[in-house]
Design a protein around this ligand. Structure first.
Ligand SMILES: Nc1nc2c(ncn2[C@@H]2O[C@H](COP(=O)(O)OP(=O)(O)OP(=O)(O)O)[C@@H](O)[C@H]2O)c(=O)[nH]1
Ligand SMILES: [Mg+2]
Ligand SMILES: [Zn+2]
Length: 338
């Protein structure tokens, strides 16, 4: 293997320049997997296993430079994070240097506005582009109609349909993600790993896991980064039942731009958007311009943000300063997490 392997892994001239600017040696490789304090790093020479130091946090997608004693973590261009920690008030990185957060929703699954909205907030919060992918297009009569409907409900976010079964939408999807790093997010069973296989070819490790289980159905238990032979990098993740974002105000405003823009026009700046006088949001619901469920979801995201901020502040006030804990090994809401 050669340096071109690093390019396949997503190394760009910009990142190489950033590595130099940060005063490090050459780029060493990219983290493809993290298991109990051990990171698997893909390098030009192949994979290596790196023990993660106490207090150090490495996530899938991270880039490492060669250091004098040990590899050094390079600054993340984007950081996908969720709300975690024992007090549910910490920002926990789950993937780094992701360009597109692909939110996979099965065309036959129940549409859950709060869950999909949280993924969109997480994408913006990370600094990545959200893309909603309606999977299993072969199972519904008019998937484009469904796609348009879902895009509407999500405030016009980029949405497209795909089927790994019929190949519908696959070529377009390949073009969109070419030479980008994408992460697949979604509920269990939406087809994230099947899509990963179809993008990467059946010789990938993930297919091996499939045959080892001896069954048709398997559930992903690890976040894993895989190179797409036609260009690009995909991070497959375990399905989640629920998601909580550690979301900044800006990410919420972007994900709910339609509601947010109306809220700016309310008479009182601290408007609760209820039955308040001069509330532009309520007026928009009244006129049918805004979906009440969307407003409700927006208010829930804002409320959660306030609760998390207060919890953090309260803890900082009351807790005696302790030594920084070892990396939080979160269970959080993933169905499973190694
Ligand atoms: N009809 C149809 N079935 C699909 C398609 N894509 C995936 N499936 C099926 O959906 C089921 C779940 O697929 P997975 O790829 O394991 O789903 P996942 O999102 O990775 O699930 P977790 O790993 O649990 O998060 C499997 O039985 C797949 O065969 C599709 O395009 N069409
Ligand atoms: Mg899977
Ligand atoms: Zn209002």
């Amino acid at each position: 293997m050669t340096e071109s392997r690093l390019v396949s892994l997503g190394l760009t001239p910009e990142r190489m320049a950033a590595c130099n600017a940060q005063g490090h040696g050459d780029v060493l490789g990219r983290v493809s997997r993290v298991d109990r304090g051990i990171a698997t790093v893909e390098t030009a020479q192949g994979s290596l296993r790196l023990e993660i130091d106490r207090g150090e946090e490495l996530v899938v997608g991270d880039w490492l430079a060669r250091g004098a004693e040990r590899p050094v973590l390079l600054e993340r261009s984007t950081e996908l994070a969720r709300l975690g920690g024992p007090h549910k008030d910490q920002r926990q990185a789950v993937a780094a240097n992701v360009d597109i957060a692909v939110i996979v929703h099965s065309s036959t699954a129940q549409f859950r506005l709060p869950l999909l909205s949280t993924f969109i907030v997480m994408a913006y919060d990370a600094g990545a582009e959200p893309l909603v992918l309606i999977s299993k297009a072969d199972l519904v009569h008019d998937v484009e109609l469904l796609c348009g409907d879902i895009a509407n409900k999500l405030g016009g976010v980029e949405t497209m349909a795909i089927s790994t079964q019929s190949g519908y939408g696959l070529e377009r999807f390949r073009e969109i993600i070419e030479n980008k790093t994408i992460v697949l997010l979604g509920e269990s069973g939406t087809g994230k790993s099947t899509l990963t296989n179809s993008l990467c070819g059946s010789e990938q490790l993930i297919a091996g896991e499939l045959s080892r289980s001896g069954q048709g159905k398997h559930t992903t238990t690890h976040r894993e980064l895989i190179v797409i032979p036609s260009g690009g990098v995909v991070i497959d993740t375990p399905g989640v039942r629920d998601a909580s974002s550690f979301s900044g105000e800006r990410a919420i405003a972007l994900a709910f731009h339609d509601v947010h823009d109306r809220a700016l026009a309310c008479r009182f700046h601290d408007c609760a958007h209820g039955e308040t006088q001069g509330c532009a949001v309520s007026a928009a619901i009244e006129s049918g311009a805004l979906d009440p469920e969307r407003v409700e979801t927006y208010l829930a995201e804002i409320a959660q943000r306030i609760v998390v901020t207060e919890r953090l502040e309260e803890r900082e006030r009351t807790e005696t300063p302790k030594k920084k804990k070892r990396r939080p090994r979160s269970r959080n809401t993933e169905d499973s997490d190694g």
